[in-house]
Design a protein around this ligand. Structure first.
Ligand code: 3PG
Ligand code: MG
Length: 395
């Protein structure tokens, strides 16, 4: 398998699948350019080799060719972030697009219109993939955020190219995850949070073989606490997952994984920023109250584990950080991970909500790596092989 570094792009056109599915406000302004910045090293390497670049991406989940999903809206920010004049063509297949790709001058970038304006994209249609493949000499997949989709541009297209490789971003995502999941260094600690156990079961089952410590925070902790006989008041509980929670705890013990659950919680008398709050032992929360954040003793005990870890994976906040009164736990845990990283640990943050938290509290620079993928990251943590990665690896 070739890497991006192995290929000389001189006088070649690279067709790069990027994930420019960026958040837009109602005026079409890009709220967060992280995903554009993340693709920059790949694009710049190809241009510096003397190649041309054709960029293709999806944006949102359009039902038809709705203007609010047009990639034309991001041409300016793309030009600005990349520092290279970017041209746009208002389609992604066909003669007009092929000509635009052919007529690119050396060092120019062409951005195609939203791939999902065609149903064929998400269906993984072969003919559509083949039409796309006419737009470049080399296929580069740098769209980690979409690597779990077996779509035409992410997966099916690969077979139409002799020369293909991962971009630097996709490679870095894979390397970061491997560093966590097959680390020789110990201890390895995973911090899992978020609302529901049910959405993380497969992740937990897969990582029990890879970690020494599993910290369970956020809403999902209450299902575990209640299953163990604790009183959790009106906290979020998935009643039908209690048995499973006990099985997970048993499996962890068998595998020698230490599980850490919250011992105290910030409790509130309603799910609101304006609620009355108090601190309670997590297994003795009064009726009418719910746990919405980690309490001080919990933060202390989680911090102790994190500080001694060499490898840290963080997926999911430990409280309702979107509401100010319940953001302290997530901020403190983020800061402790930051300090551990400064002291030499490797930290990987992934999953939509924890990435938002890290950005909101400006902790991004303190982490070793912040993933650009939500769903893709979760599927990798579940031990699945992603179609977008397989399509290039298996060749
Ligand atoms: C994302 O933002 O999660 C990716 O771009 C994938 O988008 P999708 O969930 O619509 O396939
Ligand atoms: Mg998604």
């Amino acid at each position: 398998m070739k890497t991006l570094k192995d290929i000389d792009f001189k006088n070649k056109t690279a067709l790069i699948r990027v994930d420019f599915n960026v958040p837009l406000d109602e005026n079409g302004n890009v709220g967060d350019t992280t995903r554009i910045e993340a693709a920059k090293p790949t694009i710049i390497k190809i241009l510096e080799d003397g190649g041309n670049v054709v960029l293709m991406s999806h944006l949102g989940r359009p039902e038809n060719k709705e203007a609010k999903f047009s990639l034309e809206q991001i041409v300016k920010p793309v030009s600005e972030v990349l520092g290279v004049e970017t041209r746009f063509v208002n389609d992604c297949v066909g003669e007009k697009v092929e000509n635009a790709a052919k007529n690119l001058k050396k060092g120019e970038i062409l951005l195609l219109e939203n791939l999902r304006y065609y149903k064929e994209e998400t269906k993984g249609d072969e003919k559509f993939a083949e039409s796309l493949s006419k737009l470049g000499d080399v296929y580069v997949n740098d769209a980690f955020g979409t690597a779990h989709r077996a779509h035409a541009s992410t997966t099916i297209i690969a077979k139409f190219f002799e020369e293909k490789c991962f971009g630097f971003l996709l490679q870095k995502e894979i390397d970061s995850l491997n560093k966590v999941l097959s680390s020789a260094e110990k201890p390895v600690t995973a911090i899992l949070g978020g609302a529901k156990v049910s959405s993380k079961i497969t992740v937990i089952e897969n990582i029990l073989d890879k970690v020494d410590h599993l910290i369970i925070g956020g809403g999902m902790a209450f299902t575990f606490i209640k299953a163990r006989g604790g009183k959790v008041g009106d906290s979020l509980v998935e009643e039908d997952k209690q048995e499973l929670a006990l099985e997970i705890l048993k499996k962890a013990e068998e595998k020698g994984v230490q599980i850490h659950l919250p011992v105290d919680s910030v409790i509130a008398d309603s799910f609101s920023e304006k609620a009355m709050t108090n601190i309670s032992e997590t297994n003795n929360i009064p009726e009418g109250w719910m746990g919405l954040d980690a309490g001080p003793k919990t933060i202390e005990s989680f911090s102790e584990v994190i500080s001694k870890s060499k490898i840290i994976l963080w997926n999911g906040p430990v409280g309702v950080f979107e509401m100010e009164p319940f953001s302290n736990g997530t901020i403190k845990i983020g800061e402790v991970i930051g300090r551990a990283t400064e002291n030499g640990a490797f930290s990987l943050v992934g999953g939509g909500d924890s990435v938002s938290a890290v950005k909101q509290f400006k902790l991004e620079d303190q982490m070793s790596y912040v993933s650009t993928g939500g769903g893709a990251m979760l599927e990798m943590l579940e031990g699945k092989s992603l179609p977008g990665i397989k399509a290039i690896e298996n060749d």
